[in-house]
Ligand binder design. Structure first.
Ligand code: 6PG
Length: 254
């Protein structure tokens, strides 16, 4: 069954020569979105991606001077491991960036992984998000920018193909499943309430899934990145290997 998916007002693809230039462009876009958010609402609600691709962007963010006191940091997904585990998305972001800058600790909101059951952790993070957004006067939680990666199978965050997480429409956070490993993940609903989503996709092993997602040919249950349609802007940053054959105007037509 194809979910009724609305197409965002603006969707664009940028193909960069390599991960370095992709990360530099991602930095530019992140700062642009930050400036818009802070000018409008006095804060920047940013969701971090996990995996390897965004690490280079995080390392660049550690090198620039930004109004860190106006940043609120969240995660799009998390492996169900402690923050000091080598697989931890929180641990990677803290080591690459957050430990180097002065974002107030209370404004960094990692996904909790200490609960006995992942479902308890998902419920806890749901409350964290609801409480935070109510505190800032938003009836519906809305992130300013969500950073996402995409796996070779078309998954994004921890929304993996043919898993129950893809069908959760009444919550912001749920339990994802990668093979037999539980994950915590924002739902497509939570991501799609965001103003802007920025995908960072590098590597030739992403080409097949990208084609399925960007042409719209792939079923969302099989290629979950197809579920992602934010309120205002959807930007794909691809390196040359992942984006082989794609150009900006071509994608805009699809
Ligand atoms: C994770 C990520 C996941 C990631 C993709 C791409 O926790 O692994 O959230 O969705 O973005 O698997 O990973 P790479 O960037 O390492 O290719």
């Amino acid at each position: 069954m194809t979910d009724s998916i609305s197409i965002p007002p603006e969707q664009r693809i940028e193909v960069l020569p390599d991960l370095e230039t992709l990360s530099q462009r991602a930095l530019e876009i992140t700062v642009e979105q930050m400036e818009v958010a802070i000018a409008a609402r006095g804060r920047f609600n940013l969701v971090l991606a996990g995996g390897n691709t965004p690490k280079s962007l995080y390392e660049k963010l550690a090198q620039v001077s930004l109004p860190w006191e106006q940043f609120e940091i969240f995660w799009g997904d998390e492996r169900y491991v402690p923050p000091d585990h080598p697989e931890s998305n929180e641990g990677m972001a803290r080591q690459a960036w957050l430990n180097q800058v002065k974002i107030p600790p209370g404004q960094i909101h990692p996904m909790p992984t200490q609960f006995p059951e992942p479902a308890q952790a998902a419920a806890s993070y749901e409350h964290t998000l609801q409480d935070y957004f109510q505190t800032i006067g938003l009836a519906h939680p809305q992130f300013d920018l969500v950073l996402l990666g995409m796996g070779p199978d078309g998954h994004t965050a921890s929304l993996f193909p043919k898993t129950a997480a893809l069908s959760v429409k009444d919550r912001l956070v749920t339990v994802g499943q990668k093979d037999d490993q539980p994950r915590l993940t924002l739902t497509a609903k939570a991501i799609n309430q965001a103003r802007c989503v920025l995908f960072l996709v590098a590597g030739s092993n992403k080409q097949q899934a990208l084609t399925q997602v960007l042409t719209g040919a792939g079923e969302p249950q099989i290629y979950p990145a197809r579920l992602i349609h934010p309120q205002e802007t959807l930007i794909w940053l691809l390196d040359h290997e992942a984006g082989l054959g794609w150009s900006e105007d071509e994608a805009a037509e699809n």
